[in-house]
Design a protein around this ligand. Structure first.
Ligand SMILES: *Cc1c(COP(=O)(O)O)cnc(C)c1O
Length: 404
């Protein structure tokens, strides 16, 4: 490690809140699937900022749109109209087949906005008595870090000593349609769920689960809210992960890759009913829907489609998954994934996933462990076959080592 690296890391540790434990690399440049550290070492980015950089680092067309818009107009607040918001609405609605759009900034804000909206829908359209609305969520969920959201997390690390929390949430096991049916009451307004649980370690529900979920939500008049902040926009090899299940959500949440990693942009997408209940003054955000965000998001969506990134995610994801399954190593308990949302779960005896991620760093791959035993692999959607094979070679040699 050079002295400059030690300096950046030590200074962060000295002044920063210690709410992260980053891998010991200081990055200063990125292009496509590659990032470089301050010493000029190159790495294949297999995290993509938790899928926010799906379009690849510093995509030239998104960059150009951002710079062009930054020269013209960045922020008006929603007190006035701007000439980007309508175009953003039109394009995201056309892309996703949605009827109404609520622009926000972070993913957590989109989740919070959806919770507010489905509750309001519950009171004003479904007729739930005021203050009684219930929302069903899943164990091991990850929907963000705000107080409202961590209150219904089952991870003690996430909610410990942050309470008291808001009531109105019921937690059921993920992938269990019977548990959903049992949890529904006349006051249930929504089921909030990730199509694939990302932070929990890329947990894919059993086949047919979402078909049953969709039927239960329709039959009981409750809104199916799919948090596609991580799975959406091509990550799983389809535009939305719901397409693998052949269903449509009532409310879809997007974030992360919606800006290609340039700027926080999120959105709540719904049928007319849910977002239609919001009236002037009832919800808002100073930065939500600003012209810079809209211009960036428009470019981020455009390149995703025009440059075939979604199809590439399906193709390279299949290649990557097959390659991972071919690795013969006693350390591996299970390999799973859909599109370029992949994970290698290690046997408990193999040692902590963190050690393997550090070893991968030494071989030019940046990946991040999750929940002790799982290595998550989610490169930008622009990865090529040669780059997949390059990564597989290094993963194979690393996973056959023993760090227990
Ligand atoms: C990242 C993520 C969020 C939160 O997004 P932030 O921009 O970090 O607030 C919510 N839901 C899912 C599924 C995520 O992966």
């Amino acid at each position: 490690m050079s002295s400059s690296v030690i300096d950046f890391i030590a200074t962060e540790a000295r002044f920063g809140a210690h709410n992260y434990a980053p891998i010991g690399v200081v990055l200063s440049r990125g292009e496509g699937v590659w990032v470089w550290d301050t010493d000029g070492n190159r790495y294949l980015d297999c995290l993509s900022a938790y899928s926010a950089v799906s379009q690849g680092h510093c995509h030239p067309k998104i960059l150009a749109a951002m710079v062009e818009q930054a020269h013209r107009l960045t922020l008006t607040s929603r007190a006035f109209h701007n000439d980007q918001l309508a175009l953003f609405y039109e394009e995201i609605a056309a892309l996703t087949g949605s009827h109404k759009v609520l622009p926000m900034n972070s993913g957590a804000e989109a989740v919070e906005s959806a919770i507010k909206s489905v509750r309001k829908w519950g009171y004003e359209v479904k007729g739930v008595p005021d203050g009684q609305a219930e929302i069903i969520v899943c164990a091991n969920n990850f929907h963000g870090r705000t107080l409202g959201i961590v209150g219904f997390s089952t991870d003690p690390e996430t909610h410990g000593h942050f309470g008291p929390f808001a009531p109105g949430f019921k937690i059921i096991p993920f992938g269990d349609a019977a548990a959903l049916e049992e949890a529904i009451t006349p006051n249930t307004v929504a089921f909030l769920v990730e199509p694939i649980q990302g932070e929990a370690g890329v947990i894919i529900p059993p086949a047919g689960y979402f078909t049953e979920v969709r039927e239960l939500c329709t039959a009981n008049n409750l809104m199916l809210v799919l948090d596609e902040i991580q799975t959406g926009l091509g990550r799983t090899g389809k535009l939305l992960a719901e397409q693998h299940e052949g269903i449509e959500a009532d409310v879809t949440l997007l974030g992360k890759a919606l800006s290609g990693g340039f700027y926080p942009v999120s959105a709540v997408l719904s049928n007319n009913d849910v977002l239609g209940t919001l009236r002037p003054g009832q919800h808002g955000s100073t930065f939500g829907g600003n012209p810079l965000a809209c211009a960036v998001a428009r470019a981020a969506m455009r390149v995703l489609v025009e440059e075939g990134m979604i199809e590439n995610a399906a193709r390279q994801g299949a290649r990557f998954l097959e390659g991972l399954k071919d690795i013969r190593a006693n350390t591996i308990r299970e390999v799973r994934g859909r599109g370029l949302m992949l994970a290698v779960e290690l046997h408990p005896e193999a040692g902590r996933a963190r050690r393997y991620c550090e070893a991968l760093q030494g071989k030019g791959i940046l990946a991040k462990d999750t929940h002790e035993q799982t290595i998550r692999i989610a490169p930008p959607l622009v990865i090529t076959s040669d780059q997949v094979d390059w990564a597989l070679e290094r993963l194979a040699t690393t996973l056959t080592q023993d760090f227990s």
